[in-house]
Ligand binder design. Structure first.
Ligand code: UFG
Length: 339
């Protein structure tokens, strides 16, 4: 089956391409390389033995997107990752985020409709739940007012998809990710933050390797056992596997409804200090960190109820926090060795 992966040279996208190839899918990537590079397809080939096809263009370009779908109307399913994802930047540049994340989605859905392409898996986020009233959070929890334009693009995208599914033959699955971290066990692909990382684990590994001087832990006065904020960290390879299952479920007509939503988390929450402890334990290193003020917009705690995904998709996150932090570290070391 031919699967289009938008944003397939990015962090989650590249890991998903590898898992799709392992399941014998034929992959075509569309990426504008705004936050990645073209040589990722060679790295994917080093792992899988197959170099995926790559077309470089911007999905916000209506004409180029329309032309692409005309040329590739034999696509069985789309996994749509391509989007901007920095929460802080989205607050500074909301129009950039709305234009990029929403126009590309509309162009893709239009291309699907015009060329009778039926199936799309959408990259959503647990950010749609805000600070949930009940934990663990399940898929039917209320959607809260978005904390950032980035989060809002995920909410609006889900609405756009839902409305389109109602009015067309298109089927869609929205996957709400918790906190993806880690890297492929080969250490050939992983997360490549440009500039100073916003996210916790890349900041930890960059500090440990000497690129950053000190990790700032954003707040230790949250109402949690150790005072630091809690998240549900999930290994990117576990996450990638769920995408393959989701797209196969659509292709094989196994959906319960034409629009489905699944949480992708482990069901376990770890505090910032627990993540640091895991990192120190598996690497034997001492991490330089200090407690600073809370970061604006951060919630206290969130972790998934993954029961529905586990039961319906027959999928379960298998890798624990130590495997996540160790794989992230091996990736950081591989990056340093390849410089
Ligand atoms: N943190 C630090 N220091 C850092 C970076 C992060 O203490 O240098 C803390 C944060 O305050 C938070 C935790 O580590 O408590 C995780 O932070 P991340 O930035 O790694 O992840 P977030 O939970 O803030 O963000 C993730 C995704 C977003 C998504 C958001 C929704 O990266 O795409 O969840 O909550 F929008």
């Amino acid at each position: 089956m031919k699967i289009l992966v938008t944003g397939g040279t990015g962090f989650i996208g590249s890991h998903t391409v590898v898992e799709l190839q392992a399941k014998k899918h034929d992959v075509i990537i569309v990426d504008n390389l705004s936050n990645s590079s073209a040589d990722i397809v060679d790295k994917i080939a080093l792992i899988s033995g197959i170099k995926p096809e790559l077309e470089v263009f911007d999905l916000t370009d209506k004409d180029l997107t329309s032309d692409f779908f005309k040329r590739h109307n034999d696509i069985s399913g789309i996994i749509h990752f391509a989007a901007f994802k920095a929460v802080g930047e989205s607050v500074q540049k909301p129009l950039l985020y709305y234009r990029n994340n929403l126009e590309s989605l509309v162009n893709i859905l239009q291309g699907m409709k015009d060329n009778n392409i039926k199936n799309i898996v959408f990259s959503s986020s647990c950010t749609v739940y805000g600070q949930p009233d009940e934990l663990p959070v399940s898929e039917n929890a209320p959607i809260k007012l978005a904390e950032s334009p980035y989060g809002n693009t995920k909410q609006i995208s889900e609405e756009i998809i839902k409305d389109t599914v109602k009015a067309t033959d298109i089927n869609a699955v929205a996957l709400r990710y918790f906190n993806p971290i880690g890297a492929h066990k080969s250490a050939i692909i992983g997360e490549l933050p440009i500039g100073v990382p916003n996210n916790l684990v890349p900041f930890i590994t960059q500090t440990a390797i000497g690129i950053r001087e000190c990790l700032s832990v954003f707040g230790d006065t949250y109402e949690t056992p150790d005072g630091t904020a809690i998240r549900d960290y999930i290994h990117v390879v576990d996450l990638a596997e769920a995408h393959v299952i989701a797209v196969d479920r659509m292709i094989n007509n196994k959906m319960k409804n034409n629009y489905e939503v699944f949480n992708l988390g482990t069901g376990n929450g770890y505090s910032v200090l627990e993540v640091i402890n895991s990192f120190e334990k598996v690497t034997g290193l001492k991490l330089n960190y200090k407690i600073v003020d809370r970061r604006e917009g951060d919630i206290t705690q969130v972790w998934a109820n993954p029961d529905y995904s586990n039961n319906e998709l027959g999928w379960k996150a298998k890798k624990g926090i130590d495997e996540m932090t160790l794989s992230a570290w091996k990736w950081e070391q591989a990056l340093a060795n390849n410089k």
